[in-house]
Write a protein that binds this ligand. Structure first.
Ligand SMILES: [Mg+2]
Ligand SMILES: [Zn+2]
Length: 269
C-alpha cells in the first residue's frame, strides 16, 4: 500500500497513508465497453471482404481449402501473398475495405460513446488486423472514440505485400493460437487499475465463437451482449441449458441502437 503514497501529485508521508484513502484519491470509476469488430462493429468479416480484390473476386480452391482450425493468421498470410502475387496493391485494398458496411445502429452507437467519454472507455479486441481496422475506423472518423485496438499486427512490406502476425502467445486451450481475447481483456483491466481506473461494469459486445472465452470471465455486475442469431448467442444459451450459465447478465441485441438505449440507462443511474 505504501507505494501508492508516491503516486503522481500525492503528498508524501502525511501520516494517513492507508490504502483506502489513497485508493479513493486516485481511482476513477468508469464503464468499459469491449467490442469485437467483424460482424459486430461492421456487418461483414473483413478477412472475407478483402477477397473482393482477388481476380474474379474469389480465391483458388487450393488456397481456400488450406485453412486449418486455430491457424487463421497463417491462412490470411497466404491469402495476402496471393493478392500480392496477383498484383493487388495497398490503395486498391484500402478502397475496397472502406466500402464495408457498418452494422445497423453502430455508427450512432459509436457517435454516442464518443460524446460520452467521461463515462466510457472503449476498446476493440479483434482477430482481424491493424491495417484493416485502422482504415475502416479512420475513414468513418471513429478512431478517436477507441482508447485502444487489440488485433493482429499487420504492415505492408517493401515489395507492397500485406503481412500479418499473431497478436500474442497464450496458454488458453479454448482459443485460436494467435489470440485469446480473455487474456487481452484481463491484461487491459489490470493495466488500467494500476493507472487508477477501475471499471464498475464491463460491457462486452460480440458475435463469434472466440468471444465466448472473454465472456466467461465476466462477473455478475458485467453485461455480455451477444448479437442475436449469431454463434456467441447460441453458445451462451447452450451453457444455460447445460446448467452452467455465464455469471454476467446477458443482453441480446440486433442493432447498435438497442445497445445505445441501454448505455443511456446506465449513465442515468
Ligand atoms: Mg466477430
Ligand atoms: Zn481464451
Amino acid at each position: 500500500p505504501f507505494a501508492w503514497c508516491t503516486g503522481p501529485g500525492l503528498p508524501l508521508n502525511k501520516g494517513i497513508c492507508t490504502t483506502q484513502v489513497i485508493y479513493s484519491y486516485l481511482t476513477t470509476m468508469k464503464f468499459l465497453l469491449v467490442f469485437d469488430f467483424d460482424c459486430t462493429v461492421i456487418d461483414e468479416n473483413s478477412d472475407t471482404w478483402i477477397v473482393k480484390c482477388a481476380p474474379e473476386e474469389k480465391l483458388p480452391n487450393k488456397l481456400r481449402n488450406s485453412y486449418q482450425k486455430g491457424h487463421w493468421t497463417e491462412y490470411m498470410s497466404r491469402v495476402f501473398r496471393y493478392l500480392g502475387d496477383s498484383g493487388v496493391r495497398e490503395d486498391e485494398m484500402k478502397r475496397t475495405m472502406t466500402t464495408i458496411p457498418f452494422t445497423t445502429g453502430m455508427r450512432d452507437l459509436l457517435d454516442f460513446i464518443g460524446k460520452n467519454k467521461d463515462f466510457f472507455d472503449c476498446i476493440i479486441i479483434s482477430d482481424s488486423n491493424t491495417v484493416f481496422i485502422d482504415w475502416i475506423l479512420k475513414a468513418a472518423n471513429f478512431h478517436e472514440v477507441l482508447d485502444e485496438v487489440f488485433t493482429n499486427p499487420a504492415t505492408f512490406s517493401g515489395a507492397g505485400y500485406l503481412t500479418v502476425q499473431n497478436f500474442h502467445t497464450h496458454h488458453c486451450a479454448k482459443c485460436p493460437k494467435n489470440l485469446c481475447k480473455r487474456k487481452v481483456l484481463e491484461e487491459f483491466v489490470d493495466k488500467k487499475l494500476q493507472q487508477g481506473v477501475k471499471y464498475t461494469k464491463i460491457i462486452y459486445v460480440g458475435d463469434g465463437g472466440n468471444d465466448l472465452c472473454p465472456v466467461t470471465s465476466l462477473k455478475k455486475d458485467d453485461i455480455a451482449m451477444p448479437r442475436q442469431g449469431y454463434t456467441l448467442e447460441k453458445m451462451i444459451s447452450q451453457m444455460s441449458e447445460d446448467l452452467d450459465p455465464v455469471q454476467s447478465s446477458v443482453l441480446v441485441w440486433s442493432s447498435g441502437i438497442e445497445i445505445l438505449s441501454h448505455l443511456k440507462l446506465l449513465i442515468k443511474e
